[in-house]
Design a protein around this ligand. Structure first.
Ligand code: F6R
Length: 611
């Protein structure tokens, strides 16, 4: 949450910073601001999107070779011009941007208030900035030292970038809990919440770690810990191209990402799954295979859509591997007192690899001796780096706020994991194993077939776009898909939606059913088919409108549902990878029909780096 960008070098800073902010807008879009350093500080900031700031400062003096920029997801203080970053210190000499939350800001604010400081915003950022300036003045030290002293007193999470009017080519940066990447160019440096702002300039990056401080100048990158000891920057080569973060002719990133799924799933399986030879190669699992085989249980931690992937993995791993699985919301797990023993396996699932709750949850578990296995999309992200082993989902950059291709990537990885462990443990028959490998291999082609029929979902979306509520029902392996379908609809169409196990609806939600309520059934041919047919009857008996996602060749449900959408036949363990695609498309088309900015729906941000 919140995107930060910085540049120092021979080029004009503003175009790099503003383009970088557009790429990071998925992280928050409540307000935008830039600070430019050129014989003094110039700060321009405004409530609203990056494009609005850009337009409002056309013609202003934007010349500078050092600059920082911020796109905000509001935490402390409503979205407004005065709460927008960068903030300037009381002396006007320092400017700072921040991603994270300073938890003890109220105490610091009180102390500074007693010294006569007056604040112009409601943010924790302005408090931290003045705290730093206060230390600098009272201790008569340089800014770097003042930052170090201040950060030792701060609790919470942060990435900060600081400019000092007296050091015209220097950016001071520090991180704890929120992501920071520094791009290393020739005589220039780039800073970003991720690597997207620097992609066309350099592929060499340094991922800054927690409790590290960077002093960044055009020809110099000094990395230190908070004890003032120097650290050698570890330069990594980026494996990402600019085209991957552009819309490529689609109206929205979300649509592009939905349609990319045949190739992203294929990329995820490639080099791992060999259906003909009957093998799955996953070094992360192989290196820990004895732990997995002997595990008394696996705990999965995740949030949101990634949590839904975990829930499906629970069903599949318990079925195929006979290992008990517990699925935990990371935000609950980190604060309760869970029983985690040495050698327990914790699987952390995250697209961004930066979700604060998931990150802290696994840090805690690691302290107790658990083995952390990361299923992560963003290469080099914090969760990937602290995991003991893992498997990347290889879905490529996901920019639309609603997760789509990362989810199917997670499912592909988790299913491969389950199959590999089951095979090693001997809990799956050879025949079932081979068949599931072939089924998994066929998923990209089947997803392609579903996408070719997307217009049918557009028509259904137009019919129901006026609904105020919706119910999503599924059983067994399709229950997590019902939850995911409801989440997708809520976040990008603002229609209230609930996902339930289809049989559970009789215990309460059925009271909502009337002739105005659309009920989406995920009712593919599986061991629950007859049962879910009965559930459809129960809804129809109460005049609910039934939209059913069913398997090609189903001759029963079309006779009772108001609308049906067919998907290709697949084994019940694999079918959720297919049935989730119509959920994504339905939400997309409803969102578009309602005029929602589906890539940046209100109140949301892509990477939730605050708890
Ligand atoms: C929903 C969505 C969110 C994320 C959640 C976890 O479409 O994208 O619910 O799934 O914020 O994020 P990651 O996977 O990055 O940890």
């Amino acid at each position: 949450m919140c995107g930060i960008v910085g540049y120092t070098g021979p080029k004009e800073a503003y175009p790099i910073v503003i383009t970088g902010l557009k790429r990071l807008e998925y992280r928050g879009y409540d307000s935008t601001g830039v600070a430019l350093l050129n014989s003094g500080l110039k700060v321009y900031k405004k409530k609203g999107r990056v494009a609005e700031l850009e337009e409002s400062i056309l013609g202003k003096d934007l010349h500078a070779h050092t600059g920082i920029g911020h796109t905000r997801w509001a935490t402390h203080g409503e979205p407004s011009d005065r709460n927008a970053h960068p903030h300037t210190s009381a002396s006007g000499k320092l400017a700072m941007i921040h991603n994270g939350i300073i938890e003890n800001y109220a105490q610091l604010k009180k102390e500074l208030g007693n010294k006569g400081y007056v604040f112009t915003s409601d943010t924790d950022t302005e408090v931290l900035l003045n705290f730093i300036e206060d230390i600098k003045e009272n201790n008569q030290c340089d800014l770097e030292e003042a930052v170090r002293v201040a950060l030792k007193r701060v609790t919470g999470a942060y990435v900060i970038l600081l400019l000092d009017a007296d050091s015209p080519d220097t950016i001071i940066a520090a991180r704890k809990g929120s992501p920071l990447v520094i791009g290393v160019g020739k005589g220039e440096h780039f800073l970003g919440s991720d690597a997207s702002p620097m992609l066309e300039y350099t592929k060499e990056v340094v991922y800054v770690n927690d409790y590290e401080l960077a002093i960044v100048r055009p020809n110099e990158l000094i990395l230190k810990n908070l004890g003032n000891e120097k650290i050698t920057p570890f330069v990594t080569k980026l494996d990402m191209e600019l085209a991957e973060i552009e819309k490529g002719g689609y109206d929205h990133f979300m649509l592009k990402e939905i349609f990319e799924q045949p190739s992203t799933i294929h990329d995820c399986l490639r080099g791992r799954l060999d259906a003909t030879a009957g093998t799955i190669t996953m070094s992360g699992i192989q290196n820990n295979i004895e732990h997995f085989k002997n595990a008394q249980r696996i705990i999965m931690v995740a949030c949101g859509t990634s949590w839904h992937a975990a829930l499906l993995a629970e069903y599949i791993i318990e079925e195929l591997c006979r290992i008990p699985v517990e699925v935990e919301y990371a935000s609950e797990f980190r604060y309760r007192n869970p029983i985690v023993n040495k050698g327990d396996i914790i699987v952390a699932i995250s697209q961004s690899g930066e979700t604060a709750d998931t990150l802290v949850a696994i840090e805690r578990a690691k302290e107790n001796g658990a083995i952390i296995f990361g299923v992560v999309n963003v290469v080099g992200s914090s969760i990937a780096r602290i995991s003991d082993g893992g498997a990347y989902t290889h879905a490529g950059p996901e920019i639309g706020v609603a997760s789509t291709k990362a989810f199917t990537g997670q499912l592909a990885v988790l299913i491969m994991m389950a199959l590999k462990i089951a095979k090693e443990k001997g809990t799956i028959s050879d025949e079932r194993y081979k068949n599931l490998l072939l089924e998994l291999d066929a998923v990209p082609e089947k997803v392609n077939a579903i996408l070719k029929n997307a217009d049918a979902l557009k028509a259904i979306a137009l019919k129901y776009k006026g609904a105020s509520d919706a119910l999503y029902l599924g059983r067994g392996y399709n229950f997590p898909i019902a939850l995911e379908g409801a989440l997708k609809l809520k976040e990008i169409s603002y229609i209230h939606a609930e996902g339930y196990p289809a049989a559970e609806m009789k215990h309460g939600p059925i009271a909502l059913v009337d002739e105005n309520l659309p009920v989406v059934f995920i009712a593919t041919k599986d061991s629950y088919h007859e049962k879910i047919v009965s559930n459809i009857q129960e809804i129809k008996a109460r005049k609910g409108k039934v939209i059913a996602v069913i398997t090609e060749g189903d001759e029963i449900i079309p006779g009772m549902a108001d609308d049906v959408f067919y998907i290709p036949e697949a084994d019940e363990i694999i079918a959720p990878m297919l049935s989730t695609i119509p959920m994504q498309l339905l939400s997309y088309y409803v969102g578009i029909a309602k005029g929602v900015d589906v890539d940046k729906p209100r109140n949301l941000a892509k990477s939730v780096t605050v708890e």
